[in-house]
Design a protein. Structure first.
Length: 111
C-alpha cells in the first residue's frame, strides 16, 4: 500500500501573527462589498505566511475571530469598573465588524 495515501494532510493552524496579518488585510481590502476581494486577501496571506489557506478557511476564520471578540466585549462590559486595555487586534476587529454591519445594512436596503 502506498504510504503517501495513508498520511493525513497536515492541518494548517493560524498563529496570533497570522490572525493579525489576516485582520489587517481584511480591514484594508474590505471584501464585504466586493466578494472577489477575498481571493486577493487569500493570495496575500498565503504569500506572507507560507501557508496554503483556502478562501473558505480564511472567511470562516475571520468570522470566528469577530464572534469571539464580540463575546469577549460583552463579558468585559458586564464587568463593572474594569477598564480593559485595547490592543491593535481589538481595534482592527472593531473596524472589520463595522464593515460587515455596513455591508449587511446596505444589502438589506437594496432588497
Amino acid at each position: 500500500m502506498n504510504t503517501d495515501l495513508l498520511k493525513k494532510a497536515k492541518r494548517l493552524r493560524f498563529t496570533s501573527e497570522d490572525d493579525l496579518l489576516l485582520i489587517r488585510q481584511v480591514r484594508g481590502v474590505n471584501p464585504y462589498f466586493n466578494h472577489e476581494r477575498w481571493g486577493d486577501i487569500q493570495e496575500s496571506v498565503c504569500e506572507q505566511t507560507g501557508k496554503r489557506f483556502s478562501i473558505r478557511c480564511i472567511k470562516e476564520h475571520v468570522e470566528n475571530l469577530i464572534n469571539s471578540w464580540i463575546k469577549k466585549e460583552r463579558i468585559d462590559k458586564a464587568k463593572s469598573g474594569i477598564e480593559e486595555i485595547q490592543t491593535e487586534m481589538d481595534f482592527l476587529l472593531q473596524e472589520v465588524a463595522d464593515l460587515m454591519k455596513e455591508a449587511k445594512l446596505k444589502k438589506e436596503t437594496k432588497i
